[in-house]
Design a binder for this molecule. Sequence first.
Ligand SMILES: CCCCCCCCCCCCC/C=C/[C@@H](O)[C@H](CO)NC(=O)CCCCCCCCCCCCCCC
Ligand SMILES: Nc1ncnc2c1ncn2[C@@H]1O[C@H](COP(=O)(O)OP(=O)(O)OP(=O)(O)O)[C@@H](O)[C@H]1O
Ligand SMILES: [Ca+2]
Length: 557
Amino acid sequence: MEKQPRLLASQLLLKNSLFEVSLNRVLLTWTEIPTKKKRVSGVIHHAFKVGTSHGVSVSEILAVKELDVDSGTKDDGRWQKMPQKSSEAYPYAFTVSYVERAWQHRWRCSDVTFHCLEGALCQQWIQTIREQLAALTSRPKHLLVYINPYGGKQQGKRIYEQKVAPLFILASISTDVIVTEHANHARDHLRTEAELKQYDGVVCVGGDGMFSEMVHGLVSRTQRDNGVDQNSPEEKLVPCTLRIGIIPAGSTDCICYATVGINDPVTSALHIIVGDAQPMDVCSVHHNNTFLRYSVSLLGYGFYGDVLADSERKRWMGPARYDFSGFKTFLTHHYYEGTVSFLPATDILGTPRDKTRCRAGCFICQHNGQLYSEDAPEICETDPDVSDSEYKGGWQVIRGKFLAINAASMSCACPRSPKGLSPAAHLADGTTDLILVRKCSRFNFLRHLLRHTSKYDQFDMTFVEVHRVRRFRFTPRYCQSDSELDLRENGKRLFSQICRDHPACSCSPAYSSWNCDGEILPHAAIEVGVHCQLIKLFARGIEEQPVFEDLPNPCAI
Ligand SMILES: CCCCCCCCCCCCC/C=C/[C@@H](O)[C@H](CO)NC(=O)CCCCCCCCCCCCCCC
Ligand SMILES: Nc1ncnc2c1ncn2[C@@H]1O[C@H](COP(=O)(O)OP(=O)(O)OP(=O)(O)O)[C@@H](O)[C@H]1O
Ligand SMILES: [Ca+2]
């Protein structure tokens, strides 16, 4: 790393030991000064332990506070007993709060208190660190927070008040907090009422459903403000400028898990405070030139659609509803007939079955993101319906009987499946991985499902194929007209009743439903397009190697 000029360097006391403390534009470091000498088996050693050098990136300092040594309190009100020796000899002190990496991608807030001989020096340190923090323009100062009190285990309010709000206060972030009163409250407020100009970001406390509300509110608002018609499937959309933060408090939390590496409220709050930014693809879903919904994680027909439809009736069970309905849907083993047409992503780096993983600073997302950005010139894409060969102007057409049709715009990693539905999918590459699971035996489908929880490749099975695509369409075999939709609902009820009455019946219903990020879509025939990097999150992607130990040599960082 290029050597940065020092802004400050002093000898300060930390836990009754003297440290050389140094600050440049990038790093704050402190290294113990070997003072005492120790005789060990006749040999004199400096009392300098390995691990007494520390470094913290300025971009990961959360706050600096003066410590009131005389009163023994910090100015955040927490009491702290001052060590006798330091309060006498080094009567001035300041505390730096910073991000420390813990196990499995968790971040924690750590404090270090330095004691100074003189008040002026103490003030100089505080002032200089504050100036450094003020220069970090990507950090949010004012946030709009929506809390879903009923998401996941209904802990959203408690999680925010106890774990997140104190950190925002520490980092001098002001907030306007709205506790939602009904579904779509946050979406509608964002879309029509919220005065977004005054905020540096919006935050949701909840699960993937709440995140989806934020996406719908922000994306729709941005298109409306820019005169873009969401109903046209081919239309380029205008990217949103405000970043979205997620404090996980839901049942699946897959967006949080796949963008941060863990569903942990404190970790997410710290990513918001340091002002991280992670772009993300958004799929638009249309039916007959009418906009239906946006999707950022999973669009699933067949298995995941059926799991969701069943689980919605069991919300009272909390997160366990998915396991219950998953087991039930697995036993019913329904397949669905239809035609999938898709436009493969060409000229891109990466394939759905390679070993690369989307990680912080992902090169593939940067490369493919340029190719497919919403500003990039249009690539001529022939419509799949204009010719009837199986390979039309780049489009490919597959007809068949499917247990599941899944489009994963990102890995969909979550606590249930830490590698996700499509482990090599990318957050911001402008593509979605289209996974087709054809009709197979229950045993084989179970093998496929189980592989989501092990190191084995879930795509390495004869009945599974996966394509990285820009757009796709699905048409069920027995096409429904809109007026048939009501009939369909009634028919489905009748059908499932017949099947319940005759458990030996092995036939399948004509239609499943699409699970669109945890919401049921009202149509089976849909058209989907990926909008590259349409939104940004307060996240940085999963970090490659978390650092657990103190850095032995700050100069080598
Ligand atoms: C045998 C164990 C197999 C485990 C296989 C686990 C695969 C799990 C893959 C999860 C992918 C989640 C994708 C994220 C989707 C979110 O946008 C959405 C909204 O939050 N969540 C769901 O739809 C929630 C979807 C939740 C789906 C849960 C499926 C559970 C399947 C259980 C099958 C049991 C068979 C047991 C036979 C003995
Ligand atoms: N005050 C509220 N009352 C009822 N429903 C709400 C309220 N606020 C939000 N919702 C709705 O609750 C649904 C579920 O919320 P959320 O995503 O927070 O939790 P979840 O479903 O448990 O988690 P996941 O989406 O991760 O499975 C969302 O679709 C949201 O629209
Ligand atoms: Ca993607």
